[in-house]
Write a protein that binds this ligand. Structure first.
Ligand code: PMP
Ligand code: GLN
Length: 426
């Protein structure tokens, strides 16, 4: 139903050889290319050759086809600040509809730099130490593809966001992971020390963390900087949920002593301004690192989102009250869904940040969250995502009964979802 269809063999016929189909009915698996290791890296290619869509695409399609409430894919169902939306409309009217410069419009680069100063005391040079990207996704892809030589190692936490393992595999790197274990999802420091070695080229962290909602403690951040120095590794840090924190203030790893020179910080306007479809992201860091990454980025998209760039600049310049407001509203939504899930019988982990909360379905008698998530629309009219989608095959057992729910939805939607989920216990 949801699997990707094999393109018509007729389209490939003239090429012949190299695993390209020359007759009807040849399987996709016979088509050679880097797509295979990419899909396998993202755990989307089954042993039987079936190519699955991402968990987000699969679950959003399931929500659409069943009419269930979508607490799977992390996107808000309400618009962000009116000033930001209006600025995009204005930019289109003003004719900002052609290619921006390769590193992004200066108005946005200056706003990113000013934002880093206002919130974190960092002062990246807008002309040399800031690059605008097609969402955080492109920044991540370009950073990994630019900095890896085949056989290098990349260390990430596990569970990990799906694009990490896909890009690590495409780059030809070896993926090493450090477990984040329920219920607090903080890494064991010995595990971290063990995972990072002289083979490590990149330590790729995600803080605040998707899918667990965990925030890394300062001691962990300090250890990561220490290990990066010791083994001459580069830190790539994905901080797209930087403003969506519930009580604790976000500490960018780049602000730690000794970190800036070897750290690429990635963020995006999608979450903070509820504009996930605009795909305006950015990276900040030392100029040499950004130049190397730009050498790849310029051939991925070159540039994107011309009229949305000045609009995100407006967003980044909004008063502090706006940023406190988004986090405050989201915290109330977290509390609402958290208590709904607890009442429904799940064992709920505390989410410190992000759009997401992790709930263990085992107390309800479900040990296989992937199976539960497939049946959840029919059982309760709600869609969610199994944590196993963010975990390597070797470690799936440890996370087998955990489910990720997104709470970046309207209050009435969360109330309805909670009421429907209460039916699971009966
Ligand atoms: N990193 C993480 C941790 C995410 O959750 C997401 C998705 N929302 C992204 C990167 C991708 O961000 P963007 O939509 O800006 O590409
Ligand atoms: N980041 C979103 C999530 O975690 C999904 C984005 C996507 O579909 N790639 O739900």
């Amino acid at each position: 139903m949801l699997w990707v269809h094999t393109p018509k063999p007729a389209q490939w016929r003239s090429y012949g050889g190299k695993g390209i189909s020359t007759h009807e009915g040849t399987s996709l698996m016979e088509l050679s290319g880097a797509w295979k290791r990419t899909a396998r890296g993202a755990m989307l290619l089954g042993a039987d050759g079936a190519l699955k869509p991402t968990i987000f695409a699969e679950m959003s399609a399931l929500a659409l086809s069943t009419g269930a409430i979508n607490l799977g894919q992390g996107f808000p169902d309400e618009d962000g600040p009116a000033e930001v939306l209006e600025a995009a409309r204005q930019a289109i009217s003003d004719g900002m509809n052609q290619y921006p410069p390769g590193i992004g419009f200066s108005v946005l680069r200056e706003a990113i730099s000013a934002h880093q100063m206002r919130f974190y005391g960092l002062a990246p040079d807008p002309d040399r130490e800031v690059v605008v990207t097609a969402g955080a996704t492109e920044a991540l892809a370009a950073a990994i593809l630019a900095l890896i030589e085949t056989g290098d190692e990349v260390v990430t936490f596990e569970p990990f966001y799906d694009s990490y393992s896909a890009m690590i595999a495409l780059s030809g790197a070896v993926h090493r992971t450090v477990a984040l274990r329920a219920p607090h999802f903080q890494p064991d420091h010995d595990d971290l020390r063990h995972a990072v070695s002289d083979r490590t080229r990149i330590i790729l962290i995600n803080n605040p963390h998707n899918p667990t909602g965990a925030m890394l403690g300062r001691e962990t951040l300090e250890l990561i900087v220490e290990l990066a120095h010791q083994h001459d590794a580069i830190i790539v840090t994905d901080e797209v949920y930087e403003h969506l924190t519930f009580g604790q203030t976000h500490v960018p790893i780049a602000t730690l002593p000794g970190a800036w020179d070897r750290t690429v910080t990635i963020s995006s306007g999608g979450k903070t301004f509820s504009t996930t479809g605009w795909k305006v992201g950015w990276m900040t860091g030392p100029s040499e690192l950004l130049q190397a990454i730009l050498a790849v980025k310029q051939f991925l998209t070159y540039v994107n989102a011309a009229p949305f760039q000045p609009a995100i600049a407006v967003g980044l310049g909004l008063p502090d009250a706006f940023f406190q407001g988004v986090a405050g509203v989201l915290q109330q939504k977290r509390d609402l869904l958290s208590s709904g899930l607890t009442q429904a019988g799940f064992a709920v982990s505390e989410s410190q940040a992000s759009y997401f909360i992790v709930a263990d379905a085992r107390p309800l008698g479900f040990s296989d969250a992937a199976d539960l998530c497939r049946r959840l629309p029919e059982l309760t009219g709600v869609v969610a995502v199994p944590i196993s989608a963010f975990v390597t095959d070797e470690n799936k057992n440890e996370y087998a009964s955990l489910v990720r729910f997104a709470f970046c939805k309207r209050v009435d939607v969360l109330e309805r979802a909670s009421a429907q989920l209460a039916g699971l216990a009966r």
